[in-house]
Ligand binder design. Structure first.
Ligand code: ADP
Length: 392
């Protein structure tokens, strides 16, 4: 395997935008991640020039691909936002966490304030009609379980569905859908997604060892997600459901900016604490002008398997009240139930294993509301295009 220095030496042969300098000395190359024959990095470009600079990205992949021991090169173009006065800047390049992550070059954007047209900054994925994110303010609230059952419920409602597991720090979609294996290339760099219960799924869990993604930080995460979004043969889909990484940090914010989202679903538990986190989640999407499709209250109440009684052990109802207060649709309540847990963890989600059961009905109802919101937003028109502003 080449060293990071050898990779950078090759990359310094690639000319920068406008054929000035080279991408390494211009400080455009992110951390270089090298693992088992794979070399992964991103190149920072102004958002509005991403399409035009595609040949530069390809040239970078080509030179690195020639190094001995390199089997696969994943290079992605990323863009960053510099905060202006009064804006909290999302620093997209936090300090590297592992020794092999190397130094982090300064970002390039020192440009005049410039609003990029949405199409250039966030082109859609051909064949995919709508991309939605499932997010939560913190981990462990059932975000992935909700993503999985929501996707299956959307399918049960007659839609063609795919799932992109962007929870790169803990990809659980392969387990939830009970799929494993390596995605095969279909042509060039395009990978064929795997399939679970009739749903096309793509996850970093298929591409790298379980522990590997844990050391990734900002730009690497964004490169990986961008590639899973754009270099996968999703085919014709009504909706692609993205399981976001938990939390509302910079990686999530940048992702929300980079993925052309039709909307976001926020998952929360009823506890106050989680609601505060959920509010952060809502605000994150609002900041980047992504429509909020609604809030799901998970582990909302406990249905006693013995007496059949319903127990509001967690102070259920918090999410509904919060949703009303915030003017966001309330999508539904999912009970805390061992059947949901056991089936999620076993890769036999309730929506397919017990389609006639009460849980499946709840998820289908949530799915109908989500889809209705997407349609309503669509009809409501050609919303003002979200803008990514790159400021000096
Ligand atoms: P997150 O993606 O927010 O980290 P997960 O979906 O992985 O959360 O869920 C965390 C744990 O809680 C898992 O073991 C899952 O099976 C369980 N879980 C999620 N939702 C429910 C529910 N409604 N009832 C019981 N257990 C649940």
């Amino acid at each position: 395997m080449p060293t990071r220095e050898e990779v950078l030496a090759e990359l310094s042969k690639v000319k920068g935008p406008d054929l000035k300098g080279d991408i390494v000395s211009l400080g455009l190359v992110s951390d270089v991640f090298i693992s088992e024959g794979k070399v992964i990095f991103s190149i920072t470009v102004p958002a509005e020039r991403a399409q035009e600079l595609e040949p530069m990205r390809q040239a970078a992949e080509k030179v690195v691909g020639k190094l001995a021991g390199v089997e696969k090169v994943l290079a992605a173009l990323t863009s960053e936002r510099q905060g202006g006065a009064g804006t909290k800047t999302p620093p997209v390049r936090p300090a590297p966490a592992a020794a092999d992550m190397g130094s982090v070059p300064p970002p390039m954007q020192r440009r005049a304030a410039h609003a990029a047209p949405e199409q250039a900054a966030k082109p859609g994925v051909p064949g995919v009609k709508a991309i939605i994110a499932v997010a939560s303010g913190k981990g462990g609230v059932g975000k992935s379980t909700t993503t999985c059952n929501l996707a299956l419920a959307l399918q049960a409602n007659g839609l063609k569905v795919g799932v992109l597991d962007a929870d790169i720090y803990g990809p659980s979609i392969p387990r939830l859908f009970r799929v494993s294996g390596r995605p095969e290339p279909v042509s060039g760099r395009i990978l064929k997604p795997l399939e679970g219960y009739g749903i096309k799924v793509m996850s970093m869990g298929f591409l790298v060892d379980e522990e590997t993604p844990m050391i990734w930080r900002g730009p690497m995460v964004i490169s990986a997600i961008t590639q899973m979004l754009r270099e996968v043969a999703w085919g014709e889909l009504d909706v692609l459901v993205v399981d976001m990484p938990p939390g509302t940090g910079d990686a999530q914010l940048t992702m929300a900016q980079n993925v052309p989202l039709a909307g976001a679903v926020i998952v929360s538990t009823p506890q106050d604490l989680a609601l505060i986190d959920a509010r952060k989640g809502l605000n994150m999407f609002r900041r980047v002008d992504v429509p909020l499709l609604g809030i799901v209250e998970n582990m909302s109440y406990f249905l006693c398997p013995d007496c059949g009684g319903r127990h509001d052990i967690f102070g259920h109802g918090g999410a509904r009240a919060e949703a009303e207060k915030l003017g966001v649709p309330f999508l539904g309540e999912v009970p805390l139930d061992m059947a949901i847990r056991i089936n999620s963890d076993a890769g036999t989600p309730v929506t397919v294993t017990d389609p006639e059961g009460t849980h499946a009905a709840i998820y289908r109802d949530i799915a109908s509301k989500v889809w209705a919101e997407i349609e309503r937003n669509r009809e409501g028109g050609q919303r003002a295009a979200p803008r990514i502003v790159i400021e000096s």
